[in-house]
Write a protein that binds this ligand. Sequence first.
Ligand code: MGD
Ligand code: MGD
Ligand code: SF4
Ligand code: MO
Length: 741
Amino acid sequence: MKRDARELRHSRICPFCEACCGLEVRTRDGLVTGVRGDPADVFSRGYVCPKGAALQDLHEDPDRLRVPLVRRGGRLVEASWEDAFAEIAARLPALQAAHGRDAVALSLGNPVSHKMGLLLYVPRLAKALGTRNVFSAYPLDQMPKQLAAGLMFGHWLSIPVPDIDRTDLLVVLGANPMASNGSLWTVPDFRGRARALRARGGRLVVIDTRRTETAAVADAHHFIRPGSDVFLLAALVHTLFAEGLARPGPLQPWLEGVDEVRAAVQPFSPEAVAGRCGMPAETIRALARQLAEAERACLYGRIGTCTQAFGSAASWLVDVVNALTGHLDAEGGAMFPQAAAFARNTEGTPGRGAGIVTGRHRSRVSGAPEVFGELPMTLLAEEIETPGEGQVRALVTLASNPVLSSPGGERLARALSGLDFMLSVDIYLNETTRHAHVVLPGSSPLEDGHWDVPFTQFSVRNHARYSAPVLPRAPGALPEWQILLKLAAIARGGGAGADPLALDDALLRQEVERLAGGDADAVLAAVSGWTGPERLLDLALRSGPYGDGFGRRPGGLTLQQVAQAPGGIDLGPLQPRLPALLRTPSGRVELAPPLLLAELDKARGDLHAPPPPLVVVGRREVRSNNSWMHNLPRLAKGPERCTLKLHPQDARAHGLADGQRVRIVGPQGMAEAPLELDEAMMPGVCSLPHGWGHGQPGTRMAVAAGRPGANLNALLDDRLRDAPSGNAVLSGIAVRLEAAG
Ligand SMILES: Nc1nc2c(c(=O)[nH]1)N[C@H]1C(S)=C(S)[C@@H](COP(=O)(O)OP(=O)(O)OC[C@H]3O[C@@H](n4cnc5c(=O)[nH]c(N)nc54)[C@H](O)[C@@H]3O)O[C@H]1N2
Ligand SMILES: Nc1nc2c(c(=O)[nH]1)N[C@H]1C(S)=C(S)[C@@H](COP(=O)(O)OP(=O)(O)OC[C@H]3O[C@@H](n4cnc5c(=O)[nH]c(N)nc54)[C@H](O)[C@@H]3O)O[C@H]1N2
Ligand code: SF4
Ligand SMILES: [Mo]
């Protein structure tokens, strides 16, 4: 080893969460020597959380998979890429030939969104497989918000975000950005921005079932009973109409359905909902008035408002409030970012479009509608278990761990062990991938180039940042985009020897010919300096809203230009985008989609449901991320994080003491965790983080197994969903506590 090799500094966008902070990664001689926030990053300006530095742990993790595994004689053993692809080619196409395309299901996990090599190539694999059985993390998370945005604005990802840097009042409902660093809202350094908001005289208000870390930096916090957000929101809208505060301002001519909304919220006066929400009517009224009267204000709802029985209706009403108070698409309000690449709402005819549809097909067993091309993750197990035409017999998981991340995971695990064939592209042998017949190793993020395909569409400022690979690819490793192409080639009948790069060229040519017609050759020549995801990115950037248009807009963006800009390129604060952003058939903001009006009507029947004595909700913690970062030593150390938080008053009523191990019994299972008494809990509500439950036989995550934690999802009820979006209900489930052991 050259001991005196020079230390190099690289900019790398953090791939772990939606904040997308710019990191500075130092390397020497191919080894990582340090990671810190990159002060030169135009977007995050040096901010970093404890997870960022753990990129080094991930890169070095001895448990991270580096070679393919193939099941031989019941055991997963190391194999060559050739053998692994040969195994897949021998089994997957034959299964589809014998049982139909839908016999193979796809399961897509959260990290797919954080890797352009995966996200940009999933469509190629999905198309080659041709299956309607596509499952993902979205219906465990944000599908209600996507559905509401789709119905209102005409595209699934036209989701407005708080313009926090210019607002006077931010109301956060069911989100904890101090721990999560933001979601469907790319907002690095939330703490710093919240502090600046308050320093300039603005206010931060948090409504949550727990007095969270975000509440701790806010001006006010209000408890809300889990699952009752739809009622609070309907009462806010009710108040706006009742008190003459519905003043949409310049947006007025573009709003369709104001009268229908007024009629629909009629039954939901603050008095009518106060008991259900656990909030005084006067508090609700005051909130409505504050939102209406603030010059610049924004209401933001996130996962707490999505993972409940009326999640779609709640997500919709959040933006109804923003629209009626004149804060939608206005400076300091809820604004639509304009991404430099891959944003569908900048393509096609401005101001009008086909809108969205759901239910183009239905799940075979329960008949749940397809939403955004996907089916509810909680229905995957029954599709595998239930015999008959169209039964799922094989599964491909991409960066997905539903055995821990989905309710019904234990049942799913049993179903997985009965599959004819299972293939995982993943970096760990974990609770899900241990059931696979073939596991193909994903790459270390430090070996990939990076662009935030989804998150630039939710960013608090418009920007263009590209990270080049920090380290050369490990010898023998295959980038994930090539893995997916190879699988696509195999699914298309090309056999194990198929050439993924030739398929990439052919597919790209087809697409460019469709879009650019006679100019296709010139366009392809212009991007020919790049390959793979970078080539798609250059194409998207140059044809995007800030692009050079392949020479038509001199000075416009190209990937080369972005790649050479230290810290990226700032494209300025968010700008109003209505009505041009709309892709609804009416060309207006659909304030009253019939599907959601019907939900609100349904919710009336639930308004007087008596609350169970104790319910469980989830929580996030800065040093963790869903189910897969518990193997990184610098995050895993420190106090036990998978604890059950409970208000001391509830603990006394149960005869339980701080630190004691408790058994939490839910509708479908139980789990055990140490009890942590916390005055910040709403009485009648306990909280347990998700993503734990490690140490199962056949997994290979030694650090995580040392502190397995309890699986929240084992307690929940996999039958409960928000009907229009198919999103799982993860919040407000009735549980019972008892002393363990
Ligand atoms: N009860 C409850 N359940 C929840 C939630 C909740 O709030 N409460 N949250 C839900 C939400 S929001 C989400 S998004 C889901 C997340 O659930 P999943 O989508 O299942 O995601 P993770 O649990 O993060 O698991 C990620 C998987 O990707 C693998 N992986 C990590 N990095 C890479 C990589 O670079 N390449 C490849 N190929 N694989 C990689 C990991 O090893 C792991 O297997 O969980 C949901 N589950
Ligand atoms: N550190 C860390 N960061 C993450 C993740 C992680 O696991 N760890 N996961 C990432 C992912 S995949 C996502 S989707 C985002 C999510 O990001 P956020 O939406 O900010 O998610 P949480 O931090 O879980 O905050 C949800 C809040 O909702 C509250 N809540 C629960 N039920 C209800 C309810 O019925 N009504 C209301 N009003 N509130 C309720 C909870 O107490 C909690 O404080 O975070 C991302 N960032
Ligand atoms: S906040 Fe998110 S993006 Fe930023 S360093 Fe932490 S994990 Fe990475
Ligand atoms: Mo998520």
